[in-house]
Design a protein around this ligand. Structure first.
Ligand code: ZN
Ligand code: CU
Length: 515
């Protein structure tokens, strides 16, 4: 084939994102698209990159982020992601989305993970979509609408209770509007105190907009510890009931916790369960170590009848807001930020409590509002979950923390370096698939996630022999090794010297929006 194009990456080891074995080849890019793949020795590129010894993969899709605000503040704000090879981020997770919500007081935690009230100024999803299209960014964004954001608005901030029918109707209308304006679905964070009193029925009623408009249900489940199995059942039931419509639904009223075992009867013709994604799947707390065997078996058995996937980050510690009432002596805690005591960020809570001459709980209360890392998982479970064929890699990085969890800067290279090369948990092809082709298929991203002619030229060139994370709990913002170059929509966003400053990122509108 003789042709001219903008860019040819030659002699790369192509890992195409489908999970298929690697092959040697050239990839041609013209405009924002991949033009050809194979032996392109007769073709000429305006620019050519010799990639001998390097692997070329689809740009990584970060399946779980809290980058709602970071994607609005310019290419430098995504250095943590682009330096890992990421070209697309999924925002609005755990029930927490920047839009649609205007705040005049500090948002209740965990909504404040995204910032104080000065950041909550976007009154509709259309405005958020417009801002994403206008502001320069170097990653593509798929955005979800968060239940907590809807609750804070509909319940006028009085959220530590179940919503009433009027409030539920308001949330449902707001979600429907957001989906129509480009939101890819609905997320919840039922684990968190301000949402925990939302009943399963509340979530199903709000989520009805997913059936009428099209979208995914994604959740930080009510319980990831002792009641993790009940939470999985609740999540899958929400997916089924949201797809069923109110007239066909179970008549029995059920409330949230512990009442989700009762699966209702057959679905009527035309009912189609809404796709569900379990966020950062884990089995939390020492007494539940090893239980990923049970959770994965349950997900597989329920998943025979309805679409379900999950994301996972490659670390045995989680991170979120500081929750003094949930501290346990057997779970070490590292402080990630504190409004009244910013100088304590990065320190162990026990050390601070000792210095202050008080209990851990009292010290945690004194730090509020604050964030923390919790060392609450079993490494063997993390590996089981990551290795499962339904998993996708998502960082769950929290971009505005003073001393963040290292997953923000290290997730993708950690999977490729530590878990593929050092541990041998799965093949490089499988790892790439969980970061690209699988993720694009689960979210329904058109033209992304695989190296194929006609697809968008989202690409990462890396060295499989040296790729590695350097971010640690002590030094969480060190950039990774071995990521050579990154392109998004055909434009280079990272070269060996660092960020290029190019901002080709796009807003990806709800791919499931019903016509
Ligand atoms: Zn979460
Ligand atoms: Cu999250």
């Amino acid at each position: 084939m003789a042709f001219r194009c903008d860019l040819i990456i030659r002699d790369a080891t192509v890992i195409d994102g489908t999970g298929a074995p690697r092959f040697k080849g050239d990839v041609a890019v013209n405009g924002d698209r991949i033009m050809a793949v194979g032996d392109l020795s007769a073709a000429a590129g305006q620019r050519e990159v010799i990639a001998t010894g390097l692997a070329l993969a689809p740009g990584f899709i970060d399946a779980h982020t809290h980058d709602d605000r970071a994607v609005l503040c310019g290419p430098a704000c995504q250095h943590c992601k682009v330096s890992q090879g990421v070209t697309t981020v999924v925002v609005g997770n755990c029930g927490v989305s920047l839009a649609p919500l205007r705040m005049s007081r500090r948002p209740p935690p965990p909504l404040d993970l995204l910032g104080d009230e000065s950041w909550f100024t976007i009154g509709s999803f259309a405005e958020y979509a417009e801002a994403l299209e206008k502001r320069p960014t170097n990653v593509n964004t798929l955005a979800f609408c968060g239940h907590m954001s809807l609750r804070v608005e509909a319940m006028a901030g009085d959220v530590y209770r179940a919503a009433n029918d009027r409030e539920i109707a308001a949330m449902q209308a707001r979600l429907a509007e957001a989906l129509a304006q480009g939101a890819a679905g609905f997320t919840t964070g039922l684990y968190y105190a301000p949402n925990a009193q939302a009943t399963t029925d509340e979530v199903i009623a709000v989520g009805e907009a997913l059936r009428t408009h099209g979208g995914i249900y994604m959740t930080h489940m009510r319980d990831e510890a002792d009641e993790v199995l009940a939470s999985i059942r609740e999540t899958l039931r929400i997916g089924r009931e949201c797809g069923r419509g109110s007239t066909n639904r179970d008549s029995g009223r059920e409330s949230g916790r512990g009442s989700t075992n009762r699966d209702s009867g057959r679905e009527s013709v035309g009912d189609k369960p809404v796709e569900v994604i379990i966020s950062h799947h884990k089995c939390s707390m020492p007494e539940n170590f090893g239980r990923a065997r049970e959770t994965l078996a349950l997900i597989d058995s329920l998943g025979q009848d309805q679409p379900v996937a999950f994301d996972v980050y490659p670390y045995p510690a989680g991170s979120t807001v500081m929750m003094p009432e949930r501290l346990r002596q057997d779970v070490p805690v590292q402080i990630t930020w504190s409004v009244p005591h910013p100088e304590q960020a990065g320190r162990d809570l026990d050390d601070v409590a000792r210095e202050w001459g008080m209990t851990r709980k009292a010290a945690a209360e004194r730090l509020l509002p604050a964030g923390a890392i919790y060392f609450q998982m079993d490494e063997a479970d993390v590996r089981r979950i990551m290795a499962h064929p339904r998993s996708m890699i998502g960082s769950d990085g929290i971009p505005h923390d003073a001393v963040p969890h290292p997953r923000l800067w290290g997730t993708f290279p950690r999977v490729l370096g530590h878990y593929v090369r050092e541990v041998g948990l799965f093949s490089l092809e499988t790892a790439i698939h969980k970061m690209t082709g699988r993720t694009a298929a689960v979210f329904g991203l058109p033209g992304r996630g695989t190296i194929r002619p006609g697809n968008f030229a989202d690409l990462v060139l890396f060295d499989p022999a040296t790729v590695a994370d350097r971010a640690t709990y002590a030094n969480p913002t060190l950039t990774s090794l071995g990521i050579h170059s990154v392109w998004a929509n055909g434009e280079q966003t990272l070269d060996p010297a660092g960020l290029t400053g190019a901002a080709p990122g796009r807003f990806i509108r709800n791919p499931r929006l019903a016509a």
